[in-house]
Ligand binder design. Structure first.
Ligand code: S3P
Length: 449
């Protein structure tokens, strides 16, 4: 994968009303998992609607390096011929995950479950992110780890001959940690148990069950989710149709709410209740947002999200909602900048360890564009209604969601907003600019660039 050194600045300015119906690319979480589960299934898994963005292409390359045959048939249409649980092969070169936390962390679980060694590398952002949260349970399962101080990339893993099935209580709200333990547990004899004090996205559980694993989810008296996975299943190849990514839809949805006069529908969006916290919050803010054409496909709820611009009001977002909208706080903060009153967001400690420290990146970007914002240790308050929003330049810090969020801010501001680098957008939403331009948005390369 390439690690671009040249930065690409871009500005967004106030635009006419956004109008139209669009489809966003496939869900990133489901895309990564469909490639990985296909790689440990004997036979051919068919994937439609795969997100073809840098993060997921990194996972495709990694599965190929681990011995699976990964083939692209056409736009979003992929096939994975896998090797079965326990069948992955030692890669002959390092696995480069670029910017991808999910790709690297879930693959660590897979590799840890095999008696093979693999070295993981990534870009500057991924190399700053904490990996101890994955390595700690893997070490307990018997995996050897060679990592530099602080458990950051680059690092090398070697799985044991026989893994120890463990019971692991996930210490932070993280679907990546839960999933890495379960993926390692796939090749452990006996039952691997994950205890989740706070529910996080459940794609791993749902998809593993769909692939034929024996996995049981219960909730105990304390409200914790207990996930029990029977090791060494014979997974059966599946046809996976990946729905639109709600975390990508979020940008068009918020743009449609804050650019006056807009009327936008994002079709075919995944509406798994553990992913829809942003839509719930926008409704509480008074957004004109409706879900149309709701249906169930591949065991997931999907629908079309229709928004019309209008007045929004500030709200307090409960901390418990954070896991169901963890990637959406940057774009929610942009919506909050145009709301009446203050939006208070709590329980955001995990935002500090995303592709960037999103709490400080959002706070800096909003302040640089005239928005009143207060950054706490794990909270953010954004007060809407500033007279002149825009005029500032926002450092992206190799974070796709920071770049996209602040371009959306510019579409509804009084002055243009510049982001210093749009290159990271390609990690999750390569056609973001074209899609918004199709609705009527306008972007320009800043003169100084
Ligand atoms: C993801 C889990 C979340 C999320 C990420 C995708 C996943 O990360 O931020 O974009 O697919 O499991 P954490 O598990 O670190 O919260």
């Amino acid at each position: 994968m390439t690690h671009p050194v040249e930065t690409k600045p871009l500005s967004a300015a106030a635009c006419p009303p956004l109008k139209g119906r669009v489809r966003v690319p496939g869900d990133k979480s489901i895309s990564h998992r469909s490639l990985m589960f296909g790689a440990v299934t004997i036979g051919e898994t068919a994937i439609e609607g795969l997100l073809e963005a840098e993060d997921v292409l990194g996972t495709a390359a990694a599965m190929q390096a681990l011995g699976a045959t990964v083939t692209r048939l056409g736009e979003g249409r992929w096939r994975v011929a896998g090797l079965g649980v326990g069948g992955l092969l030692e890669p002959s070169s390092v696995l480069d995950f670029g910017n991808a936390g999910t790709g690297s962390r879930l693959t660590m679980g897979l590799v840890g479950g095999h008696n093979i060694a693999a070295t993981f590398v990534g870009d500057a952002s991924l190399s700053r992110r904490p990996m101890g949260r994955i390595l700690d349970p893997l070490r307990r399962m018997g995996v050897d780890v060679i990592a530099r101080a602080g458990d950051r990339l680059p690092l090398t893993l070697k799985g044991p001959e026989t893994l120890v099935p463990i019971t692991y209580r996930v210490p932070m709200a993280s679907a990546q940690v839960k999933s890495a333990v379960l993926l390692a547990g796939l090749n452990a004899p006996g039952v691997t148990t994950v205890v989740e004090p706070v529910a996080t996205r459940d794609h791993t559980e749902r998809m593993l069950e769909g692939f034929g694993a024996s996995i049981e989810v219960t909730v105990n008296e304390a409200g914790e989710r207990i996930i029990r996975l029977q090791g060494r299943p014979d997974l059966k190849p599946q046809s996976v149709t990946v729905p639109g990514d709600p975390s990508s839809a979020a940008f068009a949805v918020v743009a449609g709410l804050i650019v006056p006069g807009s009327d936008v529908t994002v079709e075919n969006v995944l509406l798994n209740p553990l992913r829809t916290g942003l839509f719930t919050t926008l409704l509480e803010m008074g957004a004109d947002l409706t879900i149309e054409n709701e249906r169930v496909s591949g065991g997931e709820r999907i629908g079309d999200v229709h928004v019309r611009a209008g007045r929004l009001k500030g709200v307090a977002v409960p901390a418990e909602r954070a896991p169901s909208m963890i990637d959406e706080y940057p774009i929610l903060s942009v919506a909050a900048a145009f709301a009446e009153g203050t939006t208070v967001m709590d329980g955001l400690e995990e935002l500090r360890v995303k592709e960037s420290d999103r709490l400080s990146a959002v706070a800096f970007g909003l302040a640089a564009n005239g928005v009143t914002v207060e950054e706490g240790k794990a909270s953010l308050s954004v007060t809407g209604g500033a007279k002149r929003i825009g005029g500032g330049t926002v450092p992206t810090h190799l974070d796709h969601r920071i770049a996209m969020s602040f371009l959306v801010l510019g579409l509804a501001g009084q002055e243009p907003v510049t982001v210093d680098d749009i290159a990271p957008i390609a990690t999750s939403f390569p056609n973001f600019l074209e899609l918004l331009q199709g609705l009527g948005a306008e972007f320009a390369v800043p003169k100084a660039a």
